[in-house]
Design a protein around this ligand. Structure first.
Ligand SMILES: NC(=O)C1=CN([C@@H]2O[C@H](COP(=O)(O)OP(=O)(O)OC[C@H]3O[C@@H](n4cnc5c(N)ncnc54)[C@H](OP(=O)(O)O)[C@@H]3O)[C@@H](O)[C@H]2O)C=CC1
Ligand SMILES: O=C1O[C@H](COP(=O)(O)O)[C@@H](O)[C@H](O)[C@H]1O
Length: 595
């Protein structure tokens, strides 16, 4: 039986079915995150699959929908629920059983952007919400609320938001009209982040919009980390949904080491269950990172090569051609290792290196990622190189040093560049260096994964490559941004009567292949959070494992006051990165003229 659960613009079509008879002729079908249960009373019930439980039962009968906020333990509670459902004959009866005072069998989603006056909200969150609205991906009934301390009216918020909505679809049909419609659904409430009273006022306003529908609420915490807990406490105690789900998206940083991260998790869990917490890592929402598993697990040619037998090294490279401009105060407390490596690059590494998951279910994927992280050696000081950008004069323009930023303490040793060699001590990856490189104020803006394959044994064409055999090995490049592409470097013969070899790219260049724009990572992630899809969010055990790898070296760098290697703004970064790579017989793939 094909289980199929469609919400708005997406459908879940990867399914697995199994029949459980139990003498009652019931059938269970599992989709990627929903359990569908058909009961003889012609009703269909969808249960949202969590790690150890099912939640939020949705009963569909004769086109009617009712939701029951419920938690059923997977191991023990299903039988009880089955008995309850068997006796349900109508959705009205379901409502009564669930204790709802709803007169419309519809639900609504209220999205509250906490910290609505801030940089991230303006730059990413509101534009992403608009793009989802434009694409008809938001539910029929939704409201967007901005919440922050700044005093603003609804009209002022709309005006602020409207300035950011040029985004990727500004040239499309009816864009202006759609913007107007979207803005009409945006509201603002001014309040303190630590005031239950202010959140209770928000709750009242949300209820006015929600009416008597089932209310689902999403809070996006787009605020500095020192106020996360207070805001979560107030939102949870004073503005949680009474009859639907309540979810909270939390932005990084999730602490600055194992201890502070564990404390944050513990504090969050005082007010929220783990499945209500959506820890965002926006790199997981990038198109080519999403495509990584498809590339690997749906193409026969890659998976057999995906191991120490054929792969010499893997490189994860992030570079930005601008400094910390405006964010120095935040950045100085964290540095590039915490800002980029411990989260974005490590998440990509885990996806790259994991074993085949049992299914595409969020928990199955996250289980495999955790296994990779737990198989890794904590990073050693000798395997790290750090750098910091210094002022540079080019073409009459003076580019500032990191410490020229007024929000950065004079003499700061915080790294703005780092290179690291990491190792996964499992059967698949034993001995393969995973090199990471991340830096600000470098010569270009780029994020990519480079997979360098081994030499061809007994290569008949050795002679043709002369001494530089490394250049002749295959390399697979997954360019996450900009100008998304996947290309494989191969050797081929130059056409003609002679035997001269050349290097060429088999190239999947997204802009050439697809005319449709690539959605921003925040669009995907927001939609996932609304739909309860957790695959691209970080589970707490993943986070713990990630911190364990970096905490010792971060402490050592700080205690020993290791001085970073200074590199000019706009350069390729410290030369130490090359020595580190050379120690493992690796050459960074992003250096040559031909890349
Ligand atoms: N900006 C970015 O590109 C990225 C940001 N992040 C993370 O997202 C979150 C939000 O980032 P961003 O928008 O840049 O943050 P901002 O510094 O812009 O802060 C957001 C809002 O929080 C309020 N605020 C700021 N400082 C304080 C304070 N000390 N005490 C109380 N309230 C304060 C302000 O609103 P008001 O005064 O109106 O209350 C501000 O508009 C942070 O956790 C950040 O680390 C993650 C990735 C990228
Ligand atoms: O999380 C962060 O990411 C941005 C880079 O994101 P991108 O999507 O523009 O590549 C980085 O600038 C910032 O320092 C960091 O906190």
């Amino acid at each position: 039986m094909a289980a199929f659960y469609a919400t708005h613009c997406r459908s879940y079509s990867y399914t697995y079915s199994s029949s459980i008879n139990g003498g009652r002729n019931q059938r269970f079908s599992f989709s990627s995150s929903f359990l569908r249960l058909s009961v003889p009373a012609k009703a269909k019930v969808f249960l949202q699959s969590q790690r150890n439980s099912y939640q939020n039962a949705v009963l569909m009968q004769d086109g009617a929908v009712a939701t029951k906020a419920t938690t059923v333990e997977k191991e023990t509670g299903l039988e009880k629920l089955k008995d309850e459902l068997l006796s349900v004959t109508s959705s009205k009866e379901w409502d009564e059983k669930a204790g709802f005072d709803i007169n419309e069998n519809e639900s609504t989603v209220s999205i509250t952007v906490v910290g609505a006056s801030g940089d991230l909200a303006k730059k990413k969150i509101f534009p992403a919400l608009f793009a989802l609205y434009y694409e008809d991906c938001l539910p029929k009934h939704f409201t967007v609320y901005g919440y922050a301390r700044s005093k603003m009216t609804d009209a002022e918020l709309r005006n602020m938001v409207s300035k950011t909505l040029t985004c990727r679809i500004d040239k499309r049909e009816n864009c202006g009209e759609k913007m107007e419609q979207f803005l009409k659904r945006c509201f603002y409430h001014s309040g303190q982040y630590d005031s239950q009273e202010n959140f209770a006022q928000l709750d009242k306003k949300l209820k006015e919009h929600e009416g008597r529908r089932v209310s689902n609420r999403l809070f996006y915490l787009s605020i500095p980390p020192n106020i996360f807990i207070e805001a979560v406490k107030c939102a949870s105690l004073s503005a949680s949904s009474g009859n639907g789900w309540t979810r909270v998206i939390v932005e990084k940083p999730f602490g600055r080491d194992s201890e502070s991260s564990a404390a944050l998790t513990k504090a969050l869990k005082q007010y929220l269950a783990e499945d209500q917490i959506f820890r965002i890592d926006h790199y997981l929402g990038k198109e080519l990172v999403e495509n990584l598993s498809v590339l690997r697990f749906s193409n026969l040619i890659f998976e057999p090569l995906w191991s120490r037998q054929y792969i010499r090294n893997v490189q994860l490279i992030f570079s930005e051609d601008f400094g910390t401009e405006g964010r120095g105060g935040y950045f100085d407390h964290y540095g590039i290792i915490r800002d980029i490596m411990q989260n974005h690059l490590l998440q990509i590494l885990a996806l790259f290196a994991m074993e085949t998951p049992v299914s595409l279910d969020a928990e199955d994927i996250r289980n495999e990622k955790v296994k990779v992280l737990r198989s890794m050696r904590p990073l050693q000081l000798e395997n790290v190189v750090i750098g910091q950008y210094k002022s540079h004069n080019k073409g009459g323009v003076t580019y500032p040093a990191y410490t020229d930023d007024k929000t950065v303490p004079k003499g700061s040793l915080t790294p703005t560049f780092a290179a690291a060699a990491l190792f996964i001590d499992n059967a698949r990856w034993d001995g393969v260096p995973f090199l990471m490189k991340a830096g600000k104020a470098l010569h270009n803006k780029r994020a990519e994964i480079r997979v360098q394959f081994r030499h061809v044994p007994g290569n008949l064409y050795n002679r043709n490559f002369r001494t530089d055999l490394d250049r002749a090995t295959n390399e697979l490049v997954i360019r996450v941004q900009p100008d998304e592409a996947i290309y494989l470097k191969i050797n081929n013969k130059v056409p003609g009567l002679g035997m001269r070899l050349d290097r060429s790219n088999l190239n999947l260049h997204y802009a050439a292949r697809y005319s449709k724009e690539i959605p921003d990572a925040y669009e995907r992630l927001l939609l996932d959070a609304i739909e309860g899809e957790r695959r691209l969010f970080i589970r707490s055990d993943e986070l713990d494992a990630a911190w364990e790898l970096f905490t010792p070296v971060l402490a050592e760098l700080e205690v020993k006051k290791i001085i970073p290697e200074y590199y000019p703004y706009g350069s390729r970064g410290p030369v130490g990165a090359h020595y580190l790579a050379a120690r493992y017989n690796v050459r960074w793939g992003d250096l040559g003229v031909e890349q």
